[in-house]
Write a protein that binds this ligand. Structure first.
Ligand code: ADP
Ligand code: MG
Length: 148
């Protein structure tokens, strides 16, 4: 897998799978950003850092790379859950991410309950992995400060 992986793009609306209703909203990138993703980027859950242009902080995130059902699973998706409680949506913001590690191979689970448990576990794994010195180096990466 090509890690660390840097990506940026506008936050667009996804397919409304109800992630927000599960308490786990996932921000989507436009197709152009997904087209740049190397094919060696396996489906599954990753962790890394995320920055939005309208917030000064760099946040922890989990990202799921999967197949897009809208395109008969021929096109991938990148869905980023920022580990932070926001007061409002940020559609239209530019989001920058640095993907640093792989957590597990699957985005979906047979039952909603199993899925929610797995996602909460991912958030914990991501949070711990991002507290390591190796990961923290990337939090201050010039990529996040550069002008868009
Ligand atoms: P969509 O189908 O548009 O992806 P979601 O239910 O997954 O809908 O919600 C995603 C949206 O929620 C994001 O585009 C963003 O504007 C907002 N949002 C609020 N908090 C977060 C968060 N912590 N992580 C990701 N997105 C968030
Ligand atoms: Mg979503």
């Amino acid at each position: 897998r090509p890690i660390p992986y840097f990506a940026e793009g506008e936050v667009v609306s996804g397919f409304g799978r109800g992630s927000k209703e599960l308490g786990i909203p996932t921000a989507n990138f436009p197709e152009s950003v997904i087209q740049d993703l190397p094919s060696s980027f396996d489906c599954g859950v990753y962790y890394g850092w995320a920055k939005l242009n309208s917030y000064p902080e760099v946040f922890k995130m989990t990202m799921c790379v999967g197949w897009n059902p809208y395109y008969q699973n021929t096109v991938k998706t990148m869905e980023t859950h920022i580990i932070h409680q926001f007061d409002s949506d940020f559609y239209g913001d530019v989001m920058k991410i640095i993907v640093l590690g792989f957590i597990r191979p699957m985005c979906d689970f047979p039952s909603l309950d199993a899925l929610i448990k797995a996602i909460h576990n991912d958030i914990e794994v991501a949070s711990k992995s991002l507290d390591t010195e190796e990961s923290l180096q990337f939090k201050d990466d010039p990529f996040f400060n550069a002008e868009q």
